[in-house]
Design a protein around this ligand. Structure first.
Ligand code: B16
Ligand code: MG
Length: 226
């Protein structure tokens, strides 16, 4: 039987859909450099750090630039991105997330954030969810990005739980790999085709009940062990 004491949530794609704002800002920057990319390519940037995202876009466009210029470009993109963030409202919290967070609170399950974003705190503040998180591990606090498990391992340690006592909710393939490599229970939020390596995949948090999810996970873990 699982002994779950904490849940750690990714931010973009799990709590809110900030990918659409990343896309607009990255595309504006890419177009200025004479590069274009589609929403399909944008999928590859989900869960990827800011600098790694720029490097991927430059690679797609066959453009090479030095380190200083990269910093200048990521700063510009981030300034545009923050203009969108400043206009976000609590209505943008993805369906079912608030009731799910409340049900965790009622059960005494600790709640953490594990995101690649360096803007996680302003985003959570803007949508009114900051106080729901007992631990916030983000791109400002880790050296190794996902699929490295550092962000989730540090989250577990700050919440004072063992990895095996923690469920990670992630929408990115690399995020699921990070959770599995860290020894957590990995729940994908999105499509089975991308997140099939997770212990279990849910489409979203709509009507999602923690007790029902836990029952399913217990069955899955038993069948993995047998
Ligand atoms: P920032 P997550 C990730 O968030 C996004 O999915 C990814 O597209 C972005 O590049 C990354 O955060 C860094 O974001 O520019 O705000 O530091 O899914 O890990 O919550
Ligand atoms: Mg994500």
């Amino acid at each position: 039987m699982l002994n779950i004491k904490a849940c750690i949530f990714d931010l973009d794609g799990v709590i809110v859909d900030t990918a659409k704002y990343h896309f607009v800002a990255w595309r504006r920057l890419a177009n200025e450099l004479g590069i274009d990319f589609t929403e399909r390519e944008n999928e590859k940037l989900k869960g990827v750090s800011r600098i790694k995202s720029l490097e991927l876009i430059l690679k797609w466009g066959g453009v090479e630039i030095d380190k200083n210029r990269k910093k200048e470009l990521t700063d510009r993109k981030n300034a545009w991105y923050l203009e969108h963030i400043a206009k976000m409202t609590p209505n943008e919290i993805l369906p079912g997330v608030i009731p799910f967070l409340k049900s965790l609170q009622e059960r005494g399950i600790k709640v953490g954030l594990g995101s690649a974003s360096k803007n996680a705190v302003p985003i959570l503040r803007q949508i009114g969810l900051l106080e729901h998180f007992g631990s916030i591990m983000d791109g400002t606090k880790v050296v190794n990005g996902k699929p490295h498990p550092e962000v989730f391992l540090k989250g577990c340690s700050e919440l004072n739980v063992l990895p095996a006592q923690c469920i990670v909710f992630e929408d990115a393939e690399k995020g699921i790999t990070a959770a599995l490599d860290g020894g957590m229970i990995a729940v994908g939020v999105g499509s089975e085709s991308v997140l099939g390596h997770a212990h279990f995949v849910i489409p979203d948090f709509k009507n999602m009940e923690f007790d029902v999810l836990l029952e399913i996970l217990n069955e899955k873990m038993l069948s993995i062990r047998n």
